[in-house]
Write a new protein. Structure first.
Length: 438
């Protein structure tokens, strides 16, 4: 090329969760039965939506206006419905103009970072859902700035360390919180969230709370939203229907922008998000029409509660299978539908292996580990070849700790229990296979 066409930070834009699928497809074609624990799509994993939700969508499919463009920010009635829902909690007050729809929350995440000045940084948690770290690192053209979630403290961050990072780096303009967390399945305490709001207030930052899982909270965890505690700080709540309805194929998510008028720079930023949206015309129309119909139906609350009860019981079941393994820290999830296991620092080494079922599978796995990937990638590849369990390495969530993420989504009880029994057996076997002395 005559001039440089690849931007700095482009290397940040890998999506390891999807890459694992390519490897798994190869292993599957060699006859290994797969347990797809890699991706957070409940429908793909076999969850059936209730008929009453399908009936609402079917009826909308007969309405001609469902095929039209919608307003740039989204359908007014739907935005009014969502604003009213937030206002009724008694915290931050918004109106329909504070809400913008996107083609999935992933799209919104990209736009939120994309519209920031490249010099304005958002400090993100580690581990973090990769779309955020890729988006933030991509916009700044450099590595992400992170604050640690500590598995030894139930994945709560050290607020003093976060405050120090913010104080030491004047480029930090915002703090990202993912609550409940992906990949951790953690639900932050009210004290933690209020502490983060206090840091934002002290240093004149804005907040981004990814709340796509906010109604999937269980096990007695608090369900505190940004809008409940934000006070007069500027912030954005990111929400969507992919996980909650669940309807990931709708490609429908939205931003609720809080206290935009409190700061002239924040109004300009919010306006730039709206102007960028204008260039795209609008987001998916039909799901937006469905939102008030589904969410105001008396059966919806019960539907979401039922799902939470299911995840609560699977979280207990899976955590109990994994938490007694020496060398691995597991926190029982209390939100979303992921569980992350963390290996003790320095535990894994590159002599560890698991038995593989055939010469062909061995060839694939040995090719994958030849470039000496991070130690938890090596574990994930051997786990894949040996058991067919498709998990995601923790280091791929912009994290220095070694570990793995699995989901609570397998609906077939026997299959799920079998998968996690095999995982629980494979971990000590893998660790014991080391030919180095520990
Ligand atoms: C924390 C988080 N935010 C955003 C998204 C993107 O969701 P959507 O399907 O609306 O693009 C996901 C999807 O897994 C997620 O886990």
């Amino acid at each position: 090329m005559r001039s440089k066409i690849v931007r700095e930070g482009a290397g940040e834009l890998r999506y390891v969760i999807r890459e694992i699928v390519e490897h798994a497809n190869r292993i599957q074609s060699l006859g290994v039965d797969m347990a797809w624990e890699n991706i957070g799509d409940p429908v793909h994993k076999g969850e059936q939506l209730p008929d009453w939700i399908k009936d609402i969508v079917a009826e909308l499919a007969h309405d001609n206006s469902s095929y039209a463009y919608s307003a740039t920010k989204g359908i007014l009635k739907t935005r009014e419905f969502l604003a009213q829902r937030t206002n009724s909690r008694g915290g931050v007050q918004i109106n329909a103009e504070d809400i913008i729809f996107y083609n999935g929350l992933g799209d919104a995440v990209a736009k939120v970072y994309g519209q920031l000045a490249p010099t304005a940084r958002v400090i993100v948690p580690t581990p973090v859902y990769t779309t955020h770290s890729s988006g933030e690192g991509g916009h700044a053209g450099t590595k992400t700035l992170t604050y640690e979630l500590d598995p030894a403290r139930g994945w709560e961050p050290d607020l003093d360390a976060l405050r120090k990072s913010v104080a030491d780096n004047p480029a930090i303009a915002g703090i990202l919180v993912i609550n409940p967390g992906n990949p951790t399945g953690t639900v932050h305490s009210k004290e933690t969230l209020e502490g983060i709001v206090a840091i934002a207030r002290e240093f004149d930052l804005f907040l981004i709370f990814d709340e796509i899982y906010i109604n999937l909270v269980y096990g007695g965890a608090p369900s505190v939203r940004l809008g409940d505690i934000i006070g007069d700080v500027c912030g954005i709540s990111m929400q969507g229907i992919s996980k909650e309805v669940p309807w990931p194929g709708s490609r429908c998510g939205w931003l609720e922008i809080y206290n935009q008028k409190k700061d002239p720079a924040f109004v300009r930023y919010a306006t730039s998000l709206f102007e960028a949206k204008m260039l795209e015309v609008c987001s998916t129309t039909l799901p937006q029409k469905a939102i008030p119909l589904i969410m105001s139906d008396p059966r919806y609350k019960e539907h979401v509660q039922r799902r939470c009860a299911i995840f609560a019981s699977r979280a207990k079941e899976i955590a109990s299978k994994l938490s007694s393994i020496t060398g691995v820290t597991v926190n029982e999830p209390r939100g979303a539908f992921y569980l992350t296991g963390v290996f003790d620092p320095g535990l894994l080494d590159n002599t560890m292996t698991l038995p593989l079922p055939s010469k062909e599978v061995r060839q694939v796995i040995e090719d994958l580990v030849k470039p000496n990937p991070p130690a938890d990638h090596r574990f994930i590849y051997y786990l894949l070849g040996s058991t067919g369990i498709v998990a995601v390495p923790l280091t791929s969530f912009d994290c220095k700790r070694q570990g793995f993420r699995v989901t609570l989504l397998e609906g077939d009880d026997i299959r799920r229990q079998n998968t996690f029994d095999r995982l629980a057996n494979a971990i000590p076997q893998y660790i014991a296979s080391s030919t180095l002395k520990h």
